[in-house]
Design a binder for this molecule. Sequence first.
Ligand code: HPA
Length: 251
Amino acid sequence: MSAASVAVIGGTGMNSWPGFEASGELDADTPWGKPSASLQQGHFADTPVLFLARHGQGHHIPPHCINFRANLQALADAGVRRVIAAAAVGSMNEAVPPGALALPEDCIDYTWGRSHSFSDSPDMPLHHIGFTEPFSPLRERVLEGAAAASVPIHAGGVLGVTQGPRLETAAEVRRLCRDGCDLVGMTTMPEAALARELGLEYAVVAVCVNWAAGIGSGDIHGEIERFAAQGMERLRALLTAVLPSLHAEQG
Ligand code: HPA
């Protein structure tokens, strides 16, 4: 087992990670192909951790082309048991403005055509995984760590996961709101479900970078430019607070 039992999957805006001291990399391969990038081994806040850039080094893989199965399999094969996944999102909830962090408690999958299960051939065991609470119990550990270190984070909300790579129409966002979504992103599914199939604990930290389409000023790209850095700085503070306690728990 690798020294790092915890992995961070970094999303948009997080291809490099200030504070992460790299000590090596694993050029992983899996029956599903290669992950988005090599797994970066190193330490963050003196804690061993593996880091994977979801969109590849240099951010060249769009959400609908990510090999989620290879990503999760590579982490599991490296001995990871817990995955904290950062995801940039748009917000429909005024309690989560651009620049803020949220720990959603549930999600709705609007994606299509993605390889969303490892059970897709007669020689693979069929798992009807329970998914009532997609982010428990890791989400609760992250919340405790954030509270102990007074890192502001919105606890709760439903994350709608859309296909991308385009942003939503205003009518699509109104539908997401009617469905009960608070946030919208493009990568949490099938990532979270595949993690569950492999028995990995998984929690998504949503980094809000804009108001969703049809809400706010309408300058979505301007908002993303203005608020991404603030969101990433808060994410760094959160990980600094949370990773050491997760690693200590693991023994
Ligand atoms: N929609 C979907 N995904 C996103 C958004 C959005 O508004 N912002 C960042 N990722």
